[in-house]
Design a protein around this ligand. Structure first.
Ligand SMILES: Cc1cc2nc3c(=O)[nH]c(=O)nc-3n(C[C@H](O)[C@H](O)[C@H](O)COP(=O)(O)OP(=O)(O)OC[C@H]3O[C@@H](n4cnc5c(N)ncnc54)[C@H](O)[C@@H]3O)c2cc1C
Length: 393
């Protein structure tokens, strides 16, 4: 029986493992991907300070620390079920059963699907898939593409694709439908961009700061948004144009772009065919939390955290004895926050309370200084989930 099994070798899982190994716990980290690092592996962006955040290098730093502590990390192992037993947990994997006294789920986040007519054609992918193919597998996703969905993540990844030498026509909104909701509403997209502008990577900041923080000015900015878009890194960002259809017979050949009103309604007669050979769809992220649900952990839906999250307290404990969560499963935040949360969880598992308190302060400081902030009301969301935990205390 292990002292602790950690599901997920992303920044949260790896830093938790390091903290546990510092206390000599018998730790096993499993990950279904072929290599450790999680979503960190694909990240490459410029901080507002001008410094580059290189996910591969950051992963290596974590791995060096974990290896120096003889941490047992197994890749290609997928967990599909968890049972609670009196002594702890049984983790069901493709490689058999794992018995553990304590369990940390650090499974990360998934991308929200945004359906657009034609989206099942080969050549259509999520923006995260494009990031992994480009930065992790070094596969060329296409010659010329378009990004559908304008948000901080899609802007950051669009830049990564450009750096890799991939030609992007532009970024535009998805067409409005019952699923695309706020993603297809120019006013809402603009609100989001302005709120995060001061925290976003530098070129994005320049883009965002072209618009005032004042709601009335923002409204005017949407109304009179330039027809040719606002250029970021030479690429037009459109919030008054949407993609209504992806066209092709056996694969993507073009998209149909339409002008939209400030409310996101299609303006008839404005259809334009844009030749591209791939399309990236960006619908945002939500916590990947099914495993916590399977084991019976209580949940709350908290918009500010990105969706359904397992109830947990500030030291990443859930109401289930010996079950911990850390990283994006607890709410969508940057890799730096996930890494710091993993340290909190690791020390909590190792019952190193002094270190837990210090690590909690570190999470707060990193959150304050985050250059990528996915949800503006993250602190309110955190307060809600921690209050929910009190109901079980
Ligand atoms: C597409 C995408 C792009 C992102 N880009 C950025 C960015 O540029 N900058 C940024 O700061 N943040 C970005 N994020 C947010 C990112 O998730 C966090 O920054 C950080 O990687 C979260 O760390 P984590 O350890 O919680 O999860 P992850 O890094 O996602 O790691 C979770 C790990 O758990 C494994 N796993 C999941 N389920 C199972 C299972 N059932 N069995 C076994 N293993 C499992 C996964 O394979 C994965 O390796 C991105 C997220 C996504 C989804």
């Amino acid at each position: 029986m292990f002292d602790v099994v950690i599901i997920g070798a992303g920044p949260a899982g790896l830093s938790a493992a390091i903290a546990c190994r510092e206390s000599n716990l018998d730790v096993l980290v499993i990950d279904e991907f072929t290599q450790p690092g999680g979503r960190l592996l694909g990240q490459l962006h410029q901080e507002p300070t001008g410094e580059w955040w290189n996910g591969i290098k950051e992963t290596q730093i974590l791995l060096d620390k974990a290896n120096a502590l003889n941490t047992n990390i197994k890749c290609g192992i997928s967990c599909h079920h968890i049972e609670k037993i009196d002594e702890g947990y049984i983790v069901h994997t493709n490689d058999g059963l794992l018995k553990t006294k304590k369990l940390l789920i650090a499974s990360g986040a998934a991308e929200t699907a945004v359906p657009i007519p034609g989206w099942t054609l080969p050549g259509v992918m999520s923006i995260g898939a494009a990031q992994v193919m480009t930065n992790v597998h070094r596969v060329e996703v296409g010659k010329k593409g378009i990004v559908v969905g304008v948000n901080v993540l899609s802007a950051a990844i669009a830049r990564e694709l450009q750096i890799a030498g991939i030609d992007l026509h532009s970024m535009a909104l998805p067409v409005s439908n019952p699923v695309t909701k706020d993603h297809a509403h120019p006013g809402k997209v603009m609100d989001g961009l302005v709120r995060i502008a001061h925290l976003a990577p530098s070129a994005f900041l320049r883009f965002g700061s072209k618009f005032a923080q004042n709601a009335k000015v923002r409204e005017l900015a949407v109304k009179f948004y330039p027809k040719g878009g606002v250029k970021m890194w030479g690429m037009p960002i459109h919030i008054r144009k949407a993609i209504s259809q992806i066209n092709g017979t056996d694969k993507v050949e073009s998209v149909t772009m339409v002008d939209v009103t400030p409310e996101g309604k299609i303006i008839p007669g404005t259809e334009e065919i844009i030749k591209v050979d791939f399309v990236c769809i960006a619908g945002g992220l939500y916590p990947l939390s099914e495993l916590a649900s399977v084991v019976g952990c209580p949940f709350r839906y908290i918009e500010e955290l990105g969706g359904h999250v397992p109830v947990h307290n500030e030291q990443m404990e859930t109401p289930l004895d010996g079950l911990y969560v850390a990283g994006n499963i607890t709410g969508i935040e940057s890799a730096k926050v996930a890494r710091a949360q993993g340290t909190v969880a690791g020390y909590a598992i190792a019952e190193q309370q002094d270190k837990v308190e210090k690590a909690k302060e570190e999470v707060k400081a990193i959150r304050e200084a985050a250059s990528i902030q996915f949800h503006p009301q993250i602190k309110a969301g955190r307060a809600k989930i921690h209050r929910a935990f009190q109901e079980y205390a």
